[in-house]
Design a protein around this ligand. Structure first.
Ligand code: ZN
Ligand code: ZN
Ligand code: ZN
Ligand code: ZN
Length: 595
């Protein structure tokens, strides 16, 4: 078989389908894709709303609930307690397949009547953690998303097994830490990135087993370093006092100085370890995994994202979250023992042979179902015998190709396409799509996406951000009563909520750690952290090691490299685009410099 160049039905750009891809499509019995990998990713991300939360009524118990669906959603929304109860039966909404309409049209009709859970959480696993989504096993947490097993954390995403930490992104086993990204087993780590097994770290990048370091990068087993220079303990502590870190202005100055230094040191072309034959970013313990971002313990996977729990094999276009999954294709928000799950959203726990299905917990042989638990042989929430299911399924798939769905932009959906974004219950800017592929309202509408104006009616700003004292020592408990206006005033494109509050545990944390108050709302803070993370795009590049120094001359190598004084010949796929200023080294050159 040969690779084939296709033109994306959506963006009209060319993309390549490799021979290996054809083998996979044949194996799981789907036609090759008509959309390019990036357009397919965005289409799935449109079904993933983590952080747009609303207060609304549960349509069953009528109590107030927190929901990822606003109160004007055109379908019933049940609070998690009601949705998971036996007080309603999703099979009541079952219907005959209608051969006069397309399947996706009929799914839309089923969507409009079938109740969905207000949040993607298991309420039984949450203690005093009401304002969270896609999160489980939390205690005393607030505005935490895509996170598990945390206590006393707030404003974070992808935070696992952590305690008393705020504004973290991609944290694993962190404690008393703040504004840090991709840190593992860190204690009192602030404004830092890619650190591991370290404590009392400020404004640092890529440290392992370090303590008391400030503004450093690429260090291993070091103590009392400031901007990569060694100091005595006394000097270090004296300097730290001088930095005056309780002041917002001082924090800004330190941040800029650290960033300037970090740009003069090499970075590895991707984040990853213990891999064999992989491309992507933040990939660990994986084999034959390509174009994948944030993945662990996977094998033969392509175009995946957030496969954070191990045991995923032969999966393509699978976005969030995995764990013992196989033959999953074009699926989002699903995991835990899946096999042969296609074109589906939120299918969790022992699910196999399922297509075009949403909110399904346990089950097999389902087509176009919504909200079922442990059912078999159903189409459009209607029960069939095994024989009639097989026969009808074959008929429906044939019918999907003879009467395809056409969306409002004229794109056609035959068997083999994921749900069109117009079938998403969310507007583009409520979803993860806006975080990674931000659009303006105009751009979104031109591309046929829904857009939602932010709700601002709840916020009466009582404290202007300009009137906040610069230093934390000038803030008292009175701040807890204030509604502070976000510095962005809703003018950014970052799901700005225009105002925010400071919660009591957060204020105690700032006081204890001597940190100034933030000036942005939690969503805007999240978007600033996202900008420090690499994009979900790869480019082919050459190592920027020019023999004895980096190509730009900013970094002088400290050891002899395998290529001697010649330019390194290695090439790779990297999320660092060629126009970026970072010094990007291949695995070998990087390992020679940073052990
Ligand atoms: Zn495309
Ligand atoms: Zn904001
Ligand atoms: Zn190199
Ligand atoms: Zn080199």
């Amino acid at each position: 078989m040969q690779s084939e160049i296709k033109r994306c039905q959506n963006c009209k750009q060319e993309f390549t389908i490799e021979p290996d891809d054809f083998v996979f499509y044949e194996k799981i019995d789907v036609p090759p894709p008509t959309w390019c990998p990036e357009c397919r990713l965005i289409r799935r991300l449109c079904f993933n709303n983590q952080r747009s939360l609303y207060k609304r009524e549960c349509n069953l118990c009528k109590n107030a609930t927190i929901s990822m669906y606003s109160s004007d959603a055109p379908f019933p929304v049940y609070c998690p307690r009601c949705w998971w109860s036996d007080d309603w039966d999703p099979m009541e909404y079952g219907r005959e397949y209608d051969f006069s309409k397309s399947l996706l049209e009929q799914i839309r009709e089923l969507q409009l009547v079938t109740p969905v859970p207000a949040l993607s959480t298991r309420h039984q696993t949450l203690t005093n953690s009401e304002y969270v989504n896609m999160a489980h096993n939390l205690k005393n947490c607030y505005l935490l998303f895509n996170s598990d097993y945390d206590e006393g954390c707030a404003y974070g995403s992808e935070v696992e097994n952590s305690e008393d930490s705020f504004d973290m992104m991609m944290a694993e086993s962190c404690h008393l830490s703040y504004e840090s990204i991709n840190c593992i087993k860190c204690y009192r780590t602030f404004f830092s990135v890619d650190c591991k097994d370290s404590q009392d770290i400020w404004f640092s990048r890529n440290l392992v087993n370090c303590t008391n370091c400030f503004g450093c990068t690429n260090l291993r087993n070091k103590k009392y370093y400031i901007f990569n220079e060694p100091h005595t303990e006394e000097e270090y502590l004296e300097k730290l006092k001088e930095f005056n870190l309780g002041s917002k202005k001082s924090i800004q100055t330190a941040k800029e100085k650290a960033l300037e230094l970090h740009m003069k040191f090499p970075r590895k072309f991707m984040h990853g370890s213990h891999n064999v034959d992989v491309s992507g970013d933040y990939v660990h313990n994986s084999k034959d995994v390509h174009n994948t971002f944030i993945g662990t313990g996977s094998e033969h996977c392509r175009y995946c994202m957030w496969l954070i729990i191990k045991g995923n094999k032969d999966c393509y276009d699978f976005t969030q979250f995995g764990e013992n999954t196989q033959n999953v294709y074009e699926t989002v928000g699903s995991g835990i023992n899946l096999n042969n799950v296609k074109f589906s959203a939120i299918c969790v726990g022992d699910v196999h042979n399922v297509e075009y299905t949403q909110h399904c917990f346990g089950g097999a042989y389902l087509l176009a179902c919504i909200g079922l638990r442990n059912k078999q042989h159903c189409i459009l929430n209607k029960q069939y015998s095994k024989e009639s299911f097989d026969k009808l399924r074959a008929g429906v798939i044939e019918h999907m190709n003879t009467i395809p769905y056409t969306d409002n932009s004229g794109r056609t959906y035959r068997y083999g396409e994921f749900f069109p974004s117009e079938l998403s219950p969310f507007a583009y800017n409520e979803t993860i799509a806006q975080e990674y592929f931000p659009l303006t309202k105009k751009e979104a509408e031109e591309q046929g996406y829904l857009w939602r104006e932010p709700d601002t009616k709840d916020h009466k700003i009582t404290k202007n951000v300009d009137s906040l004292p610069d230093h934390i020592s000038d803030i008292d408990d009175g701040i807890l009563k204030e509604t502070i206006g976000c510095e962005h005033e809703g003018k950014c494109n970052e799901q700005c909520t225009t105002a925010f509050k400071v919660i009591s545990s957060e204020l105690q944390f700032y006081k204890k750690m001597n940190l100034p108050l933030p000036r942005l709302c939690p969503n805007c803070r999240h978007y600033q952290r996202l900008k420090q993370r690499n994009p979900l795009q790869l480019c082919h590049r050459k190592c920027t090691c020019d023999g004895v120094k980096s190509e730009n001359g900013a970094y002088k190598n400290t050891a002899e490299h395998f290529h001697g004084t010649d330019h390194c010949p290695n090439e790779f796929e990297t999320p660092y685009a060629p126009e970026r200023k970072e010094i990007v080294y291949c695995e070998q050159c990087y390992q020679t410099e940073v052990v």
